[in-house]
Design a protein around this ligand. Structure first.
Ligand SMILES: [Zn+2]
Length: 159
């Protein structure tokens, strides 16, 4: 069996004015923090996961490809994730580990829902999607509530 791992990082800052769109994380709507800035829905979790997939396929979606989709009106980050997933070929996702740094919104109460959402988007078992969150004692801009940072580590296997 062959194994590969990919890493993906992303961060977005909160919009300063009231946004007409909600905060979207891992495909879920959060109502206890403002939206994140970006030309898409700025789903920082899905962007990090998409980049982690690119980290094993070598096909980069977040960047020029996603920007072009954005300009055509596709702002749902699930579309970028889908493209990356299609590039996996025979490789199958065996595990996803996500670490989130922020002070808002509160992540811990939403961890089960986030795991379910990612499990369904990636077609992997819920127990193979793990999420941790920290405010990092407020030492960074994320911990001080200015935005959200996400690291994603993906393991894929091929029989
Ligand atoms: Zn992003």
């Amino acid at each position: 069996m062959d194994i590969k791992t990919g890493i993906g990082l992303d961060s977005h800052r909160f919009v300063e004015d009231n946004s007409d769109r909600p905060l979207t994380l891992g495909g879920l709507i959060f109502d206890d923090a403002p939206a994140l800035s970006g030309n898409s829905d700025a789903d920082v979790i899905l962007h990090a996961v998409t980049d982690a997939i690119s980290g094993v396929t070598g096909y980069t979606v977040i960047g020029a490809v996603a920007d072009a989709l954005c300009q055509k009106g596709f702002t749902d980050s699930k579309a970028y994730l889908k493209l990356a997933l299609e590039s996996l070929g025979d490789w199958r996702i065996s595990h996803l580990s996500i670490a989130i740094e922020c002070s808002r919104p509160k992540i811990d109460p939403k961890v089960p829902a986030l795991r379910n959402s990612l499990s369904s988007l990636l077609a992997v078992r819920v127990e193979d999607v793990c999420i941790t969150a920290t405010s990092g004692e407020g030492l960074s801009d994320y911990g001080r509530g200015e935005g959200i940072h996400v690291s994603a580590l993906l393991t894929v296997i091929k029989d």
